[in-house]
Design a protein around this ligand. Structure first.
Ligand SMILES: [Mg+2]
Length: 305
């Protein structure tokens, strides 16, 4: 069965400025076996070209802009499909501006149809202008719902979700959030993956480190999902969620053999299920949450709204 992969980046391929061990072998294995793949990120600040350069500097070669799909591209696809003649007032960075420009969506600070909020520093002046635009009837759109994003293991920064929440609060209007876990992000990413592969992969699997975005979005769009423990989710926290990944892996290094041989590994061999024994000869458990008994207070709300 031909499997295609949608792959989150931060916490899956790299963390801070360090490549996760085995990530380069994982990408090499996909390239050498012509396995279709697409990197999927909620970060709307960089362009796909920026991301290819970033990965090259980290030691992953053979990638180009076509291998990346960002929430900025998803926002531009959304407007291009639903309202191609619209105008926008943007709070965001190069990746978002370039994506909208490519779709020929014009900037408008007078009477825009949408205020589009992306990742990046928002000045009080831009926020006040966006507020005015929404009060005059512009619809509020955010590239992604992340309230905060990791910068390092000890540091975070405010995300597009927090900026949009500011405008929701000041205008009383609700934003529409694109990016993961929105199904439109997965729908367009699957379409792009099929275009890249020149055929529709029989199975599409999402690989990610964040339950609220990667795993939830995959679940809600009917994709299999692999959770890796190299990023934002700890194994003992997985049971806090109603939706569960199809498999839990230590890292993408666990997939190298599977991709090279084309033989999917047994679900019970995956890290998350390895030491729990069998369940009356049945795979998995009656209820996924039965296997976890952790109820800990969260230090703060999840990354997304
Ligand atoms: Mg991530």
């Amino acid at each position: 069965m031909k499997t295609g992969y949608l792959i989150d980046m931060d916490g899956v391929i790299y963390r801070e400025n360090n490549l996760i061990p085995g990530a380069a072998d994982f990408v090499d294995a996909m390239i050498s076996t012509s396995t279709p793949f697409l990197f999927l990120t909620n970060n709307s600040a960089p362009t796909p070209e920026d991301l290819a350069v970033r990965l090259k500097h980290l030691g992953i070669h053979g990638l180009s802009a076509k291998h990346f799909y960002t929430s900025a591209l998803n926002t531009a696809d959304f407007l291009g499909e639903t309202d191609p003649d619209c105008t926008v007032f943007v709070i965001g960075e190069g990746g978002l501006l370039a994506a909208l420009h490519e779709r020929k969506i014009a900037s408008d600070a007078i009477q825009p149809r949408y205020v589009v909020v992306g990742e990046g520093a928002a000045t009080m002046e831009r926020l006040a202008k966006a507020h005015e635009c929404v009060e005059r009837g512009a619809r509020l759109l955010a590239t992604n719902p992340d309230n905060w994003c990791p910068v390092s293991s000890e540091k975070t920064r405010p995300g597009a979700g927090a900026t949009a929440a500011f405008l929701e609060s000041s205008t009383g209007r609700c934003a529409y959030y694109l990016g993961k876990p929105n199904g439109y992000m997965f729908y367009r990413a699957r379409r792009k993956l099929a275009e890249l592969a020149l055929t529709d992969p029989e199975q599409v699997v999402m690989i990610g480190d964040t339950m609220e975005t990667d795993i939830r979005g995959a679940f809600e769009t009917g994709l299999q999902s692999l959770l890796v423990l190299t990023g934002s989710t700890k194994f003992e926290d997985v049971g806090d969620y109603v939706y569960q990944p199809t498999r839990i892996l230590q890292s993408v290094a666990d997939l190298v053999g599977e991709i090279k041989t084309g033989k999917p590994s047994d679900r019970l061999n995956s890290f998350g299920f390895s030491d729990r024994g069998s369940n009356g000869g049945k795979y998995g458990h009656r209820h996924q949450t039965d296997i976890f008994t952790f109820h800990k207070p969260r230090p703060r709300p999840a990354m997304t709204k």
